[in-house]
Design a protein around this ligand. Structure first.
Ligand SMILES: *[C@@H]1O[C@H](CO)[C@@H](O)[C@H](O)[C@H]1NC(C)=O
Length: 204
């Protein structure tokens, strides 16, 4: 009976440690010492943050974009992670805007697509200002404002792709893959900012 209880407790601890630490190394240590040890390798820290994102399909891009900086930045924390993801979003926004601009002359003979591309260009041109505002808000650790700026970016993105969705000939934007990355990165920033807001609320 007692043995079963002990076994269950150990099992519970191991399970919990598996939930919190994704490295097999941490599980090994947890089993050996019968207590969970928080192994804070940069990989474990970034992964534990990225896998908490609302949509797990975005955890991969979160990990891939944030880890390189986590490995080289001392005292890496969630604010730094948000800064890195914001930069990644900025790079991708500029890249996508350049693609949209380059597509405009190619579709000059198609009024439908031209109109959608013009609309997308306008929407995407508003994003760098939001990024600037987000960076400024992040500098004073105003996660709520960062969250609001990325929510703005996501609505510009949606307005853009929606104009294509309404088109019969081209329901998918010719730059859809790049726009999807903008949306993924911006949503990650939104989620990380929300995670900071929740954490600040919990710690008085
Ligand atoms: C994106 O473009 C804006 C506006 O042109 C510029 O200020 C910003 O530095 C660019 N972002 C990156 C990451 O290069």
């Amino acid at each position: 009976m007692t043995l079963t209880k002990t076994y269950l407790v150990v099992l519970l601890i191991v399970t919990i440690s598996m939930l919190f630490e994704s490295t097999t190394n941490a599980i090994g240590i947890a089993i050996a010492t019968k207590k969970p040890i928080r192994v804070r390798t940069p990989q474990a820290r970034v992964w534990s943050m990225c896998k908490k994102l609302e949509d797990p399909s975005r955890a991969g891009i979160c990990f891939k974009t944030i880890l390189p900086k986590a490995l080289t930045t001392p005292k890496f924390n969630i604010y730094k992670a948000l800064e890195v993801e914001t930069q990644a979003a900025s790079v991708q926004i500029n890249k996508t805007l350049a693609i949209i601009t380059s597509l405009i002359p190619k579709y000059a003979n198609n009024a439908d697509v031209s109109g959608s591309l013009d609309c997308c260009k306008q929407q995407y041109e508003m994003m760098p200002d939001s990024i600037t505002n987000a960076v400024a808000a992040l500098a004073v650790r105003n996660a709520q404002e960062v969250n609001a700026q990325f929510s703005g970016i996501l609505s510009y993105h949606t307005s853009c792709v929606d104009t294509f969705a309404e088109s019969n000939d081209y329901p998918v934007a010719p730059f859809a893959a790049d726009a999807k990355i903008v949306s993924d990165l911006a949503t990650n920033c939104l989620d990380i900012a929300a995670a900071i807001m929740n954490r600040v609320k919990r710690t008085p």
